[in-house]
Every structure is written in C-alpha cells, then in structure tokens.
Design a protein around this ligand. Structure first.
Ligand code: CP3
Length: 349
C-alpha cells in the first residue's frame, strides 16, 4: 500500500475507502466485441498483438476511449509465460489456445524452465509503461495480471482447454511430488511476472484461477492448489499494490479461496454477491459479479440483473462492479456503454 490515500474510485474501493459511486471495469473489456479490436486482429496474430508493445498499448486503451471505465487492464493473456517455460503455444483462430508439446511425464516437468520476466515477457512490461504514461494524467489505474498455477498447469498438461481436466488430475493424484515441482515452478515465474508488472507501473494485479473451481472439490483444492496460491499471494505483498484473487466455480469453498490471499476477491455469478461477501468476510473488498450473458438480453433484463448485484452490495465500502467472467464476443457495444453509465448513475451518493 502507498502511504498517501489513492484518489481513483477503483483503488479506493480496493482499500474499502468511501467513494462517490461504484467503480466498474470488465474482464475482457478489450476484445472481439469491439470493431476497433477486430480491425487490428484482422492484420495481426494474437501473439503479435501481445508482443508488440505499441499494439498491446493501443488495444488496452480502446475500451477506455469508448466507455467511462474506472480501470484499464493490460492487453495480454495468461498463457504467454508458458512459452518462456519451454512450451510451444499457438492461438488457433476458431479453436483457442493450443500447446503443441504438452507436459506428459515427470521428466517433462523437470525440464520446465523458470526464466526471469525480463527475458521472456519484456514486451508486456514495455506496453505497461506506454499505457501508464497515457493513463496517469487521467487518474485511471492500470491492472496487471497473470494466471494462477492450477489454471496454467491445466493448459500445460491438457495441451489446451478441457472439459474434465482428466490428464491434469491424473498427474496430480498419481504423482504428487511432480505436481508440487510443477506448481512451485509456476509460482516462481508468475510471482516474478506480477512483481515486474507492478514495477513497470501496474497499480493493481489480478490473479486468474479460472478453472481450479470447475475441476476440483474442496478437499483437493486445499491439498493441491491452496498451498501454492497462498505462497504466490504472499510473494505479491512485495508489490505494494492491491491484488485481486479471481476464480470461478469456487462458490462452495469460497472461504478457502479467500484464505489464500488478495485484498480483493473476484467472484463469479453462481452465488448472489451478498452471500459470497458473507463467506469472504466484509473486511475484504469484493469484485463482481454480473453474468456476462445478461448483456446479450434486452436492456430491461440486463438492468434487472445489474440492480440485483448493486442491491446485494448494499452500498458497503469495497465493491468493484465487474462481470462474473469475461465479456462474450457477441456482446453489443451499446450494452456495454449503457451498463457502465447506468452503474455510475444508479450507485452515486
Ligand atoms: O481482460 C482483458 O481485456 C485483458 C486481456 C485478456 C485476454 N485473456 C485477452 C484474450 C485476459 C485478462 C485474458 C485472460 C485469460 N486468457 C484467461 C483467464 C480469464 C478467463 O476467461 O477465465 C484464460 C483462461 C485465457 C486463455 C485464453 N485466451 C482462451 C481460453 C482463449 C480463447 C477463447 C476466446 O475467447 O477466443 C484466449 C484468447 C484471447 N485472450 C482472446 C483475447 C482478446 C481472443 C483472441 C482473438 O482475438 O482471437
């Protein structure tokens, strides 16, 4: 934490300080639902856009120029750090991320590299510097991010997305020593990456554990995930910026997720926000939790769900409005504009 009080709505909410109106930003706020994004994407591959600092900076700022958002998130992805660790990642149009040489043995895990961020991800650090130069005069904070070890391990082992996480869980349950080594290597690389993003100018950090909750029950989460997330969040205290701990599908053991760390807990849409906040504890900030698909409905229906989220937050300090997961690529741009403006008006003091 900085010594002086932050002035932006978003950072004030992270610290549970009083604010004039609820801050809002949206996961995947830069992306295919925006025509400006699709124009650039037609000319460049996903990895080109991420590794060219000027392009990544431009895409980061597209939703900031278009909407009255309270925070930006650096344009990148959770998977590129795996390239530096020795995995061959490709974003295949229409299919999503593919890893051509997935981990399949203890030997593979021993070979996984842990290079420093400056060696493998410096374009993202450059992009952060470019964006913060733009945003600082406007007092809009930039969020840096990375994947949590389980979610990254699942891609590294499955070779892409998965419905049942069979290979990941087979390795986890049958060779706990190798699992531990892989998770420790991921913690090393992600902690270094996140700390470097804060040093480059990110005013907050979000850790995405998108799949642990969909794959694992409480007991397995506690044994095979929580120890590593806890050590990651402990290392991030050195960044002196607020950290958001986001996961999905963890409703039934949200208190164990929150116990791992983070000033802010990001929750999905599966539980009313008030109940989720009760499990986390009202002494922590919360981020969420509109179902992104409600933005595909007529405005009156979207509005109903926004009102529900705001009612659940009940004006307590420390609520950051967001979705329960990323914006869908078919979301009408006009609905995003309406959402952001409606939240600011509706929750103003
Ligand atoms: O939020 C933002 O605006 C910042 C950018 C961002 C992206 N991915 C850009 C992206 C962030 C924060 C992510 C995180 C991410 N990436 C997660 C965690 C969040 C979540 O959704 O649970 C995960 C699991 C990934 C991995 C990933 N990247 C997948 C599964 C896919 C394919 C699915 C899809 O929507 O196409 C991607 C590709 C990706 N990452 C795109 C964008 C804008 C689409 C790429 C394209 O233009 O084709």
């Amino acid at each position: 934490m900085t010594n002086s009080e932050p002035t932006s709505r978003f950072l004030r909410a992270c610290h549970r300080l009083p604010i004039d109106t609820t801050p809002v930003w949206l996961m995947r706020q830069a992306g295919r639902y925006m025509a400006e994004y699709r124009t650039l994407r037609a000319k460049h591959s996903m990895l080109e856009m991420i590794t060219t600092p000027e392009l990544a900076a431009e895409i980061t700022l597209q939703p900031i120029e278009a909407f009255d958002l309270d925070a930006a998130i650096i344009f990148a992805d959770i998977l590129p750090p795996l390239i530096g660790m020795g995995l061959d990642l490709e974003f295949v149009p229409g299919k999503g991320p593919v890893i051509h040489n997935p981990i399949s043995s203890a030997e593979d895990i021993k070979r996984i590299l842990t290079p420093p961020t400056e060696q493998i991800l410096s374009p993202t650090l450059e992009a952060i510097k470019l964006v913060t130069q733009e945003l600082e005069p406007r007092n809009i904070p930039l969020i840096g991010f990375a994947g949590a070890p389980f979610t990254l391990a699942s891609y590294a082992i499955e070779g892409g997305g998965s419905k049942d996480y069979a290979k990941t869980k087979a390795l986890m349950y049958s060779d706990p020593a190798s699992w531990q080594l892989l998770m420790e290597k991921l913690v090393t690389v992600q902690a270094d990456y996140l700390l470097a993003q804060a040093k480059a100018g990110a005013a907050a950090l979000q850790v995405f554990d998108s799949w642990a909750g969909l794959a694992l029950g409480q007991e397995s989460y506690k044994r095979f995930v929580a120890p590593y997330n806890t050590s990651l969040f402990k290392m991030l205290r050195g960044a002196s910026v607020p950290v958001i701990n986001f996961s999905t599908g963890t409703t039934s053991y949200l208190e164990d997720v929150a116990a791992c760390g983070g000033e802010v807990i990001g929750v999905d849409f599966r539980m009313p926000l008030g109940a989720a906040w009760g499990k986390i504890g009202f002494d922590r900030a919360i981020q969420g939790n509109l179902d992104p698909m409600t933005l595909l409905a007529p405005w009156s229906e979207t509005q109903y769900h926004i009102d529900q989220v705001l009612d659940q937050a009940a004006g307590r300090p420390g609520h950051i409005f967001n979705l329960g997961h990323g914006l869908h690529k078919t979301t009408p741009v006009e609905n995003v504009r309406r959402l952001v403006d409606y939240i600011h008006v509706q929750s103003s003091n």
